[in-house]
Design a protein around this ligand. Structure first.
Ligand SMILES: *[C@@H]1O[C@H](CO)[C@@H](O)[C@H](O)[C@H]1NC(C)=O
Ligand SMILES: *[C@@H]1O[C@H](CO)[C@@H](O)[C@H](O)[C@H]1NC(C)=O
Length: 165
């Protein structure tokens, strides 16, 4: 019970701080979202090329419900895309901000997937998997030094989601 209360307090705190400080491109209140940070022991140019290629390969393949990604824009340090389900009932914006870590020659990626419109706060790990599928299919999650940093408060479904791709 105490854990639950603490959890509720933390969750309320997170919602409260998001509401108080509009952090662009933050999620609209009550939209499901996942924010995560990835570290790689390789330069951002390589990471970004792989992710952009993966998004393009994922672009609408009929019959692949996990694969409805569309690239919106890509610069060396910023990638924007979206993801829709085949039925077109749900859509999520995906934003990746890359920064080279000067001391180690690696790359840090702040990734976010946000449901558009009013959606259930129980998204079944959809937003998490939108991001993670890009890594697992391209193999980036098996590249040297890969590390993911997030938690269930920043990323709905983290730790529970079973991503299909
Ligand atoms: C997704 O991005 C594509 C390409 O920019 C755009 O044509 C489409 O309308 C976007 N879909 C949604 C649901 O935002
Ligand atoms: C989703 O992404 C599109 C294209 O980048 C942008 O125009 C739109 O404002 C975004 N919507 C939300 C709710 O962030």
């Amino acid at each position: 019970m105490r854990t639950l209360l603490l959890a509720s307090a933390l969750f309320a705190g997170l919602i409260g701080s998001l509401a108080a400080v509009p952090v662009p491109p933050g999620p609209a209140p009550y939209s499901a979202f996942c924010r995560t940070v990835w570290l790689f022991a390789k330069p951002c140019t390589e990471v970004s090329t792989t992710i952009v290629q993966q998004i393009q390969e994922f672009s609408p393949l009929i019959g692949c419900d996990e694969c409805q990604y569309m690239l919106v824009s890509a610069t060396p340090l910023s990638i924007k895309a979206n993801h829709t389900t085949i039925e077109g009932l749900q859509a999520e914006n995906i934003t990746l901000s890359l920064s080279n870590t000067k001391t180690t020659g690696g790359c840090r990626v702040a990734a976010q997937s946000t449901s558009l419109g009013f959606t259930s706060l129980l998204d079944d790990g959809l937003n998490y998997c939108n991001l993670y599928n890009l890594l697992s299919v391209s193999g980036l999650n098996r590249s040297p030094g890969f590390m993911e940093m997030t938690n269930e408060w920043a990323c709905l479904g983290y730790g529970l989601a079973t991503c299909k791709a």
